[in-house]
Write a protein of this length. Structure first.
Length: 416
């Protein structure tokens, strides 16, 4: 299996182009299932997860052509309603085919999803919502079996704002009869991006980006040509790299509006953050100040940036506390960071980090997607060599990360 080798100690400088967002591209590619005709998507990142969703859509008989970062999908003749274990287990977002399949072919049999092992991650709220729309749902042999002759709009309240749950329900409701109201909906930019695409297809989705989304069902949807929004988590990862290495990195093609919480927190650590249109320049400060962080649903601080900020706090001056409120098991990077010398104590859902002057390179194991990225970041400021094993998760979510880091002057390479 591939490894990433990092030699620490270099200050990163230059420009990096941010790729399309994984978590926006996945539901948008899936939304092709709702249309007749050829959809064209630009700025699709080249990731393992995108490969996995394309495999699943092909299995369902969609025609897919890929040219560079452009993907064309035609799903006129969906020939199956099953998403088997082998295709679904690799990626959590596969559950997103459930809503569209029920809407389009009236039934679905979808294996319970896999993804990063950062918590139990049930899908009860997806299923409860689909049942409110009239789907009959059973769990059998590790599969969700659902069917509905006709989905009907209803008033749905999510106990917790769920990102993929909101997306699944939105995609089921666009072709349902009547009006669906989603309350306590997730407000992440990826939800708004999906709603914009659905509306371009001819759907009537109002209020995405707020916690109440109203969907008036329509009878059919047309294909679209759209571009995927920039990846705010990839952008945040490079912003932390600049602050961490006392560097000077300019991110091109990002959406600063989606990064307000991250920009705010980074400034409090002492970094200079300059926003100009779609560019963000981060200039690291000589001394990194300690800050406290609590992850929250958007527009709060993203859980997908928690591990990266923990690395920054590992070499900050003083004590900081990071609380994880979204996932119950998202501190699995802590033990690996401790191997590099970080001084971190976990108590319940909080981690207390006592900053030290320097980390020291060591072999470590990547355990989930953002934890993997955090280990590269740690390697950048560790003395000597850090060897990151099991980079499978990294490739799920970062497009050419080692090449992008190398272009900024980091000594990062992949060993096959
Ligand atoms: C592919 C994708 O977009 N992944 C993102 C998505 O994951 P994902 O959509 O899986 O995360 P959710 O927003 O659903 O999870 C939020 C919380 O709700 C809980 N929950 C969720 C659904 C449900 O039916 N029941 C339930 O209890 C989860 O266990 C978790 O504690 O949002 C997360 C939170 O921003 C991000 O970390 C992931 O990168
Ligand atoms: C947790 C993530 O991905 P997934 O939801 O696909 O596991 C992530 O993108 O950080």
């Amino acid at each position: 299996m591939d490894k990433i080798i990092v030699q620490g100690g270099r200050s990163l400088k230059g420009e990096v182009k941010i790729s399309g967002a994984k978590n926006a591209a996945l539901p948008i590619l899936v939304s092709s299932l709702l249309t007749q005709g050829r959809n064209i998507y630009h700025n699709v990142p080249d990731l393992k997860d995108i490969g996995s969703i394309k495999d699943l859509l092909s299995y369902l008989c969609a025609d897919i052509e890929t040219q560079g970062n452009t993907v064309a999908i035609k799903a006129d003749g969906i020939c199956k309603s099953e998403a088997p274990y082998d295709l679904v287990r690799k990626m959590r977002a596969s559950i997103l085919v459930l809503g569209p399949l029920i809407a389009r072919v009236k039934k679905a049999r979808v294996s319970l999803p896999g993804g990063c092992a950062i918590g139990a991650r049930p899908i009860n709220l997806h299923l409860k919502g689909l049942a409110r729309l009239g789907a009959s749902i059973e769990l059998k042999h590790g599969y969700v079996e659902a069917s509905a002759d006709c989905l009907k709009g209803d008033d749905i309240y999510f106990d917790i704002p769920t990102v993929t749950g909101t997306e699944n329900l939105m995609m089921a409701a666009v072709l349902a009869k009547g009006t669906t109201i989603l309350r306590n909906a997730a407000r992440e930019p990826e939800i708004t991006a999906l709603a914009n695409v659905l509306n371009k297809m001819g759907a009537d989705v109002q209020g995405a980006g707020s916690s109440v989304i109203t969907i008036n069902g329509v009878s059919s949807l047309n294909p679209v040509e759209v571009s995927i929004i920039p990846d705010r988590i990839e952008a945040g990862t490079f912003m932390v790299a600049s602050a961490l290495t006392k560097g000077d990195i300019t991110l091109k093609n990002c959406e600063p509006d989606h990064l307000r919480a991250v920009i705010n927190k980074l400034k409090l650590t002492g970094a200079e953050v300059l926003v100009s249109g779609k560019d963000i320049r981060v200039i690291g400060s000589e001394e990194i100040a300690s800050i406290d962080i609590k992850t929250m649903p958007y527009p709060g601080f993203p859980t997908d940036m928690q591990a990266q900020f923990m690395v920054l706090m590992s070499v900050a001056k003083g004590l900081s506390m990071i609380s994880e409120t979204i996932f119950e098991n998202r501190f699995i990077h802590v033990d690996e960071l401790k191997r590099l010398g970080a001084d971190i104590t976990v108590s319940g859902n909080s981690a207390i980090i006592k900053g030290i002057p320097k980390l020291s390179g060591a072999p470590v194991m990547a355990t989930d997607l953002r934890a993997s990225a955090s280990l590269i970041l740690a390697g950048l400021v560790a003395e000597g060599q850090t060897e990151i094993n099991r980079v499978y998760h990294l490739d799920r979510g970062y497009d050419a990360i080692e090449k992008k880091f190398a272009k900024l002057g980091a000594a990062v390479k992949r060993i096959k």
